[in-house]
Design a binder for this molecule. Structure first.
Ligand code: AMP
Length: 144
């Protein structure tokens, strides 16, 4: 999808926000939702999204929305670091299909990185068992 495409209200993340599709939730408030990535590139890979519809990517998001989402991303990244004890944390964000974006609702990736363990390539990671994702989400939540 083009970098400047119109927002599609039926994208997967919009459906998750509306409760039309399930997710393994990490955190939710009035403005943001965080849930586990179902194709995790590392153990504990989760996503943070604004709950408001309309922003396809970082370029078309209002600055206030970005501020709220990045503050939430920091909070959840700190909980990921405290609970899963990775050696590093990668924050990733893609804009437009050629850059690697596959879901067109603004989101930030939180990827805990562990020394000596590979990070699967973006768009090339296998599905995770829901039970494992729930256990990881619970650990992260406990550190929020
Ligand atoms: P991006 O490629 O940056 O647009 O990231 C989209 C991410 O959403 C990918 O890492 C996918 O694995 C992930 N993803 C796709 N569908 C779902 C879903 N239903 N629940 C959780 N994560 C998803």
């Amino acid at each position: 999808m083009s970098l400047h495409a119109a927002y599609d209200p039926d994208n997967i993340f919009a459906k998750i926000i509306r409760g039309e599709m399930p997710c393994v939730k990490v955190y939710e408030d009035d403005d943001i939702l965080s849930f586990m990535d179902i194709f995790p590139q590392t153990e504990g890979h989760c996503l943070v999204i604004p709950k408001a519809a309309g922003a396809t990517n970082l370029l078309d998001a209002p600055a206030e929305m970005l501020g709220t989402v990045i503050a939430g991303t920091q909070r959840i990244a700190r909980a990921v670091a405290a609970s899963l004890k990775p050696d590093g944390v990668r924050i990733a964000q893609f804009n437009g299909a050629p850059a690697g974006q596959t879901v067109y609702h603004l989101h930030f990736h939180i990827l805990p990185v562990y020394e000596g363990r590979a990070v699967a390539a973006h768009e090339n990671a296998g599905p995770a068992a829901t039970g494992e994702l729930k256990a990881l989400a619970e650990k992260i939540r406990a550190a929020l």
